[in-house]
Ligand binder design. Sequence first.
Ligand SMILES: Cc1cc2nc3c(=O)[nH]c(=O)nc-3n(C[C@H](O)[C@H](O)[C@H](O)COP(=O)(O)O)c2cc1C
Length: 342
Amino acid sequence: MAKVTQIETRKSDHIRINLEEDVRSGLTNGLERYRFIHQALPELNLDDIDLSQQVFGRRLKAPILISSMTGGTAESAAINRTLATAAQEMGVAMGLGSQRAAIEHPELAPTFQVRDVAPDILLLANLGAVQLNYWYGLSECQRAVDMVGADALILHLNALQEAVQPEGNTHFAGLVKKIEAVCKSLPVPVIAKEVGWGFSKEAARMLVEAGVAAIDVAGAGGTSWSQVEMHRAKNDSQRRLAAAFVDWGIPTAEAILNVREVAPELTVFASGGLRSGVEIAKCIALGASLGGMASPFLKAATLSVEATIQTIAEVSNEIRVCMFAAGAGSLEMLKEVKLVHS
Ligand SMILES: Cc1cc2nc3c(=O)[nH]c(=O)nc-3n(C[C@H](O)[C@H](O)[C@H](O)COP(=O)(O)O)c2cc1C
């Protein structure tokens, strides 16, 4: 029970700090350096713009992902159900937070389970990849997927976060072979995801060779997990260590291009500091399939299902208007649009 309480405290800290403190990266997401070419004569009707697409066997009504956040406590169970209800209503995708708590304490599984309110959404299970270097294997990955009825499994890579946490798991050596073994045998797609520092070409190449089905770049420019850990630090020395990394990471725009260059055909999810539909549209023009947001949806979910639906609707509308003014009638056309780089 002591261990459950420890996990609950960490999860509650994460939610509280993300809601109350300034945990933004010192970097921008890099998208401000790109702009669309305005089309005064789009030759399209706004109502005919098609935002839908198929991703991993599920139909999405808009290219939006509610990024992996939470689970493991009563508060986070309520947040997950609010997010899932809104995702189902709006036809967007959703990731769950790391399910480690429920793998180690099965009684916490219901705090992640949302299929009863979201039977049709693209739902992504989530585990820390580094756990594969402790005692996790294929069976824990399968359990995470089965526990929630997920369509795919995200393995998140958070080396820097683990390194600035007093209780961090920092054995990252030899991890890629373990990821490769999971990709080979797990019956659902495996998605590699950062948590806010993005992917270099080298890291992307290793993951592609390991067989991941997609990469969620989770680049720098939004929520910074070293800043979150700074607020959790127990002493000045820990605090200074975490604070030193406020400007660390590969901005989201650059991370998308890194993955694109190494694997032009790979499915790419964009995330990390995305705060509008225009930014998501830019990511799609740079080669991503969809855009994920964490912090804005956390804030909306603590208000209500309606507020979450409203947030998704506004972001969706911005994507639609952006596509209209850029002359792209579908997401396929948006992917072909050239951005001006300054
Ligand atoms: C409260 C909270 C909890 C998070 N927990 C996880 C997690 O368990 N697994 C994961 O892969 N990412 C987790 N993330 C990271 C997000 O999925 C995302 O990559 C990151 O916050 C950057 O997105 P943002 O700038 O839109 O917030 C969490 C983010 C927040 C705000």
